[in-house]
Design a binder for this molecule. Structure first.
Ligand SMILES: *Cc1c(COP(=O)(O)O)cnc(C)c1O
Length: 859
């Protein structure tokens, strides 16, 4: 029986689904029938029922969901809202995850564990993940139907767990799912923010931010572990005591301590074989409410200390690819790093006794520099709390930690003022000084040891005031350092870490990012998944390389028709969402051209918008030409303090207003900005995309993962030779991707040429006309100079080489127009993209980390 195909019927696509099914189901092929009268049999192959639970899985789920609703939530089926049904369903499934966990792992100590430290986990919804990985999609659907409830409504009532900004946080979530699916024993550590990334709305086209309150009604997936609480210190002073002749011990006496309380979210892997924990820390004050002050009427003062402590896990910093530099941010970083290290040290001692063997049984991965304070913190724990000698402590630390770098942008490289570190973490600052002193001593001995070399490799930057450089600190304290695409890892060696790399040429390795296919193919695109299963067999659900068997079908006209029909279903669904959320009517037969990601100048949404304006002007000049109808779809959040990015959002809205209402244009061009980009919105947009815009300035996008999700779902990529685009090109074939613009080397050469933007504009009347229209207020007659800051930047500096790449981008876009008019060829290319993307599974990434960095066995 085709389990996945049936789950397609649960995804809440309603009437469009029936259309998909009628296209996908071949007459007489009973094996793929979507009728689900005996739905839950497959469940038996996934999770064994609890001991002594021999109920039918549907009956069991129905009874359990009902019991959770009544006895845990205190609701009656009559009064329950969708949100209540969601909580009851999640609780019933969580029981089954716990069963799977106990069955597989109870009482066993794994040889080696991975600890994944990340300040961000951009998880999204968990219900469909849990049902799918437990093999209970159809059973849950049936159980809810028996209770008079529609699963898709229940799924829609789950708030996104959006504890991240973008790619970095989403990567952490994909990695957690893949580690569970590969049975890699792992614990993820992060912060349980009350407020994740803000909710974005548009007010007259301007971004407005509102707090997202995902915990307002509790989180049914999590277990509160009050008993796993650690004290985290800040401030204070350091004392010295001498022990014998040569041994001086230092002790930190923090002025303030905050409690870190653990909350665990179980992460269940594919087919319920393995469960890992995501452990998120909540900050709680250890100071009681000052009752005397409270009784004296000082109600605010009585809780002020508590508020200060609890602020640490209140809110996620909403900036992406830039460093915050605020004290609260450093407090967050130290808070979660210290709690996580204390927790894993305690576990190691309980299981193994001595910390000497820590590197043999623990691999700690630092997701970017946010947890880089782990280097001095692990040293402090070893030196102060476990009496290790410096040399031994350093051996242990630098053999346990590993660091992933995520960006080369200078504004994203974290540094902290020495003065702030000395005030907030005085003991850590001493340890950093000593690490740096020993490191520079070593360097001064070798041939390169001149002053310039010493300054280049120092962990303290003395050129802009004295600041601790967190990237070099993480590099120096780690066993392996990795970039996240082949190009990015090479650039690490030749740019930011050039000097450190020359000292330790073996340290930097590449680990190209990946995405979990369970979420981004199976759950997000049940129609395509059903088509793949029907065509190449259900083994494709376990092994994505089976997708390669689709290659010959790219030349099969019947298969192409069905593939195109799958896309049509998804585009109709997206068109509905666009109509509901923006009021704009789009034609699902048009080319859906999608750019969805954080709004950032280096990602060049502005290049896309300038091309949109040029296209608009071209259509106006020749409205009767045979234009390829396009819908340009944008979505993404801007950091609240990022003025230019917010102006780019406003520009998209202003262009949309003019273009969409112009009767000469009609369906030839529509522009849509969908508000509040999130994981769940991505899951709706990606399967509906025909064209994927991956147009960053070459050398600036470390990897990208949106590019992978879209290509896997069969969107053709228009992209620069940047990040993982290069590897996508290698896999799908150069003839199946649209590449344009300067490469990374070309960018480096061009930025040294004087007045390159001026020259590019002078050479391109089309570009000049588009810039003039935007700069002169054609799209903003109410405020003609509104976009002058964007256009002036392009004319006078153009740090991201938008003007330089424009003409080539335009040329390739017109090639794409022509390609869309040859549907057989288009769908052939799309199918080849899907078929050849298996390598970008995060299972592959995690296998590589496990073998080459962590040296941990897959279960
Ligand atoms: C995948 C993903 C990203 C990363 O997208 P890029 O195009 O790689 O920047 C950001 N946000 C969400 C919600 C995602 O799902």
């Amino acid at each position: 029986m085709h389990y996945r195909f049936e789950s397609a019927a649960t995804k809440g696509v309603g009437p469009v689904l029936n259309e998909a099914l009628s296209v996908l189901v071949r007459n007489g092929d009973a094996d793929t029938s979507a009728s689900s009268s005996k739905p839950a049999k497959a469940a038996a192959t996934y999770v064994k029922p609890r001991q002594a639970d021999d109920r039918d899985p549907v009956v069991a789920l129905r009874e359990d969901i009902r019991a959770k609703l009544i006895y845990v939530l205190g609701k009656t089926p009559e009064s329950a809202r969708d949100r209540d049904w969601f909580a009851a369903t999640a609780l019933a499934l969580r029981d089954r995850i716990v069963d799977a966990c106990h069955e597989g792992q109870a009482g066993t100590v794994p040889d080696k564990r991975v600890y994944y430290l990340s300040l961000e986990f951009l998880i999204g919804r968990l219900l469909s993940d849990a049902m799918n990985n437990l093999g209970l999609v159809e059973a849950t659907k049936q159980a809810l139907r028996d209770l008079g409830v529609d699963l898709s409504e229940v799924e829609g009532a789950e708030p996104d767990a959006a504890l991240g900004n973008g790619g970095l946080g989403r990567l952490a979530a994909c990695f957690m799912e893949s580690m569970a699916s590969l049975s890699i024993p792992a614990i993820g550590y992060g912060i349980r923010y009350d407020h994740g990334i803000f909710r974005q709305s548009l007010e007259d086209g301007w971004q407005r931010e509102a707090p997202e309150t995902w915990l307002a009604e509790g989180n049914p997936w999590e277990f509160a572990r009050q008993e796993s609480t650690y004290k985290i210190g800040f401030g204070g002073h350091v004392t010295m005591t001498s022990h014998g002749d040569h041994h001086i011990r230092r002790h930190w006496h923090p002025a303030e301590t905050v409690n870190a309380v653990a909350y665990d979210i179980p992460v269940v892997g594919w087919r319920g074989r393995h469960v890992n924990m995501l452990r998120l820390w909540k900050a709680e004050s250890d100071a009681p409410v000052e009752l005397a002050r409270f009784n004296a009427g000082d109600h605010v003062g009585a809780v002020a200390g508590r508020a200060r402590a609890e602020a640490i896990s209140r809110v996620l910093y909403p900036s992406d690819s830039s460093a915050e530099g605020q004290e609260l941010r450093l407090r967050q970083e130290y808070f979660f790093t210290s709690a996580s290290l204390q927790d894993l040290v305690r576990r190691h001692i309980a299981e193994r006794g001595s910390l000497r063997t820590l590197p043999d049984h623990a691999a700690i991965q630092l997701n970017d520099t946010h947890p880089a304070i782990a280097v001095p913190e692990l040293m402090r724990i070893l030196l102060e709390e476990h009496d290790f000698l410096w040399e031994d402590a350093w051996q242990i630390t630098s053999n346990t930690l590993h660091y992933t770098n995520h960006t080369l942008l200078p504004e994203a490289l974290e540094t902290w003022p020495v003065e702030l570190m000395e005030r907030l973490l005085p003991r850590h600052m001493q340890i950093i000084y000593l690490i740096n002193w020993l490191h520079l001593e070593e360097q001064s001995k070798n041939a390169r040891g001149g002053a310039a070399h010493i300054a280049a490799v120092s962990l303290i930057d003395e050129s802009h005031g004295r600041r601790v450089r967190m990237g070099p600190l993480a590099f120096h304290g780690s066993r392996r350092v990795n970039g996240v695409s082949a190009l990015h890892s090479d650039l690490l060696k030749s740019t930011v870490f050039k000097d450190l790399h020359e000292i330790e040429p073996e340290k930097i390795v590449n680990k190209t990012n990946g995405i979990t296919f369970r979420r981004w193919l199976h759950n997000a695109n049940p129609e395509l998944t059903a088509l793949a299963v029907e065509t190449v067999g259900k083994g494709v659900l376990d092994d994505p390389t089976e997708l390669l068997k689709l290659v010959p079908y790219a030349d099969d006209p019947e298969f192409r028709t069905r593939y195109a029909a799958m896309r049509k279903v998804r585009k109709k669904r997206l068109a509905q969402v666009i109509a509901e959320r923006t009021g704009i009517a789009v034609d699902p037969t048009a080319l859906f051209d999608v750019q969805i990601k954080r709004i950032h100048e280096y990602k060049r949404q502005l290049l896309n918008l300038v091309e949109t304006v040029a296209l608009y002007q071209a259509i106006k000049k020749a409205p009767n030409k045979d234009w390829t109808p396009r819908v340009k779809i944008f979505a993404g959040k801007a950091a609240p303090s990022y003025v230019q990015a917010k102006l780019i959002i406003k520009l998209a809205g202003d262009i949309a207003k003019v273009v969409n209402e112009d009767p000469d244009i009609g369906n030839k061009l529509k522009v849509v900005f969908l508000p509040n980009y999130s994981v769940s919105l991505a899951e709706v947009i990606i399967p509906a995309a025909d064209l994927s815009e991956q147009i960053s300035t070459a050398g600036m996008e470390a990897s990208g993962t949106g590019n992978m999700k879209l290509a896997l779902n069969g969107a053709l990529t228009i992209g620069t030779l940047d990040g993982a685009n290069i590897e996508i090109k290698d896999h799908v074939g150069a003839e199946n991707i649209f590449i344009f613009g300067l490469d990374a080397e070309g960018v480096l050469a061009r930025v040294d040429e004087p007045a390159y933007a001026n020259k590019a504009i002078a050479a391109s009347p089309r570009l000049a006309a588009a810039l003039d229209a935007i700069g002169n207020g054609f799209f903003s007659p109410d405020e003609p100079r509104r976009f002058a800051p964007l256009i002036d930047e392009l004319r006078h500096r153009d740090r991201y080489l938008t003007t330089v790449d424009f003409d080539d981008y335009w040329r390739v876009q017109r090639e794409i127009d022509a390609a869309w008019r040859r549907p057989a060829q288009w769908w052939r290319t799309a199918i080849l993209n899907t078929a050849r993307m298996a390598w970008f599974s995060s299972d592959r990434s995690m296998r590589e980390y496990a073998e080459e960095i962590w040296q941990v066995k897959l279960g």
